[in-house]
Ligand binder design. Structure first.
Ligand SMILES: C[S@@+](CC[C@H](N)C(=O)[O-])C[C@H]1O[C@@H](n2cnc3c(N)ncnc32)[C@H](O)[C@@H]1O
Length: 260
């Protein structure tokens, strides 16, 4: 069973390096109404009301247990003007022209039909509303994807990480991002590279334990397999030793666009 508090912390370890650039691009104003797509445990959603104390933030995700944890965290941190709503962002009936800005940290790569999904998100934005999203770039520039891929290859069915294919790398090609956003009705698309480092642990074994406990890695296996995967992961992670611990390159695209 997934330890939700650990899992939420792992997301911050892995994705937190994107926040500064994401929020700078989103330029959330004091009264903005913010929609966070694929918000997971909601850490980025919770950042929105801090920047928009007179606005409102809505976190959207498919996964009810993550949203429940997000609600509890927001309550415990006394964050107001925030709600979390379950739904598939591709088809969810968001209120029309409701939001000033839609953000997402690694939550827009998993749509079956990305054009339909971004059109649906666009319909929730007011005319002139802004979109700011971070997605992963080429898996070869993402050490975590490479280390995970080879460590689990002997234990789990192969996973597709093909650029453009549905899944983690579906928006790894900037031309594809531009094509999707244009077809979905957005203008003024801007795309920038973000390169950051994941501080995965002090030692390879510690980093392997952290990654194995990450729900999104999908490593829910029996104990014997788990031990073998831990050893394989730790072996791969040893190639990323730095004086201050295990550091993994993480590369993504930050894209912005305006709703017509
Ligand atoms: C890599 S996680 C990122 C979570 C969060 N944004 C963060 O940075 O911690 C991707 C999230 O997207 C959600 N997701 C995937 N497909 C979705 C969809 N069609 N509609 C809404 N959420 C979706 C998943 O449930 C997951 O929580």
């Amino acid at each position: 069973m997934i330890d939700r508090t650990h899992d939420a912390a792992v997301y911050e370890t892995i994705c937190g390096g994107y926040d500064d650039r994401l929020f700078a691009a989103a330029a959330i104003g004091t009264t903005d109404r913010v929609l966070d797509i694929g918000c997971g445990y909601g850490r980025t959603t919770m950042e929105a009301p801090r920047r928009a104390p007179e606005g409102h933030a809505v976190g959207n995700d498919l996964a009810a247990p993550l949203l429940e944890h997000a609600r509890r965290t927001a309550r415990s941190e006394n964050i107001r003007n925030i709600t979390f709503e379950q739904g598939d962002a591709q088809v969810h009936p968001f209120p029309t022209k409701e939001f000033d800005v839609a953000i997402s940290r690694m939550g827009t790569m998993f749509f079956a039909d990305p054009v339909a999904a971004f059109a649906n998100i666009g319909a929730a934005l007011r005319p002139g509303g802004r979109l700011a999203c971070a997605v992963t770039a080429d898996p070869r520039e993402n050490d975590l994807a490479m280390v995970l891929g080879s460590a689990v290859a002997d234990h789990l069915p192969p996973r597709t990480n093909e650029i453009g294919a549905p899944g983690l790398s579906s928006l790894a090609d900037p031309d594809r991002i531009r094509e999707v956003l244009t077809a979905a009705g957005f203008t003024d698309t801007g795309i920038e590279k973000i390169e950051t480092r994941i501080a995965a642990g002090r030692t390879a074994a510690e980093a392997a334990t952290l990654i194995l406990g990450w729900g999104a890695a999908g490593l829910d296996v029996d104990d014997a397999t788990r031990t073998r995967m831990h050893d394989a992961l730790a072996e791969g992670l040893r190639n990323h030793r730095h004086p201050d611990g295990i550091r993994l390159r993480s590369a993504g695209w930050l894209f912005t666009a305006t709703c017509v």
